[in-house]
Design a protein around this ligand. Sequence first.
Ligand SMILES: Nc1ncnc2c1ncn2[C@@H]1O[C@H](COP(=O)(O)OP(=O)(O)O)[C@@H](O)[C@H]1O
Ligand SMILES: [Mg+2]
Length: 329
Amino acid sequence: MNEMEASMLNPTPDVSDLTRFIGTIREAETPPAQMPAAVLPLPEVLCKRYKIERLLGVGGMGAVYRARDLLREQYGDPDPYVALKTLNEEFAEYPDANALLYSEFALTSRLRHGNVIRLYAFDVDPFCQRAFITLELLKGPTLDQLLDERPAGLPWTELQSIALPLLDALTCSHRHGVLHGDIKPSNVMLAADGLRLFDYGLGQPSKGLLTGLPRLSRSRISAWTPRYAALELLNGEPLTASADVYAAACVLYELSSGHHPFSRLTARQAKAMEQDKTLTRPPNLPPHCWEGLRLALAFDKERRGIDAAGLMDAFRDPVPSLWQRLLRR
Ligand SMILES: Nc1ncnc2c1ncn2[C@@H]1O[C@H](COP(=O)(O)OP(=O)(O)O)[C@@H](O)[C@H]1O
Ligand SMILES: [Mg+2]
């Protein structure tokens, strides 16, 4: 099977956390390892409206820029800045590329939640034919940047203040039939006004929903990030809400302990080494959360008997018992 790293441009030095594409859009020869994929030079102004100012970040598929919305500026908006996401050169040249970005737009814009990134518009520049999305411009560290600064993990109150909005955003997505498909620390940002889950670029509608969306050839575009991919995804099974829950559980374990639950191993490698049997509760994590988190980390989806809402409940403060309430009086 042909396999290639989609891009080496992620600022995170750990290339194993890049989204990996299997059986990619084009049967391409593998690019030289560690070589950054060049980002197509975009025109300075897209659609005669968005002036690109600087690159904010790159991931497995896209490049995100800070841009100035000249129309808003013309009407005196004191804050005319937006983030502008386009696919990087490697993907932009594929016939499905614009549809891939449109799918991200269509899925994300179904969601209205304070902790899900807000998108403004999808557009295609008539001259260079590049599709792009404009979205709210965020400022703040992504969770992988936070983890770099806090290698011992976060204390409980801080962890809880991240876990609850993240799981609430995921619960909202699943309730609206949107599967994220690539939950990992670099796709969550702690913006000044609260957490945002973003990058639904590998998202999919739940079965039977959004049938009008352009059907992408998912057999040709099957992607995941190895360390956060549930076992069933590695085995070629379709994305489900449960796979998102596994990935979110890996992120939460990592935030509480400072390290991934199964070190640098994929679920398949960790299962072969029976690492689930030796998994222990991170000291920062209160005992009442552990049962739920461990369940969410189950390798076999049949045993992963918890959904995003259930995991969120596990991270809430337990209701004090009658005795505890009486004693507090
Ligand atoms: N709305 C935004 N505001 C500011 N920076 C952003 C925004 N969206 C993405 N970024 C930055 O760009 C990086 C890549 O964006 P992402 O949507 O994850 O692209 P990809 O699909 O390529 O992974 C992010 O990790 C983040 O650093
Ligand atoms: Mg990303």
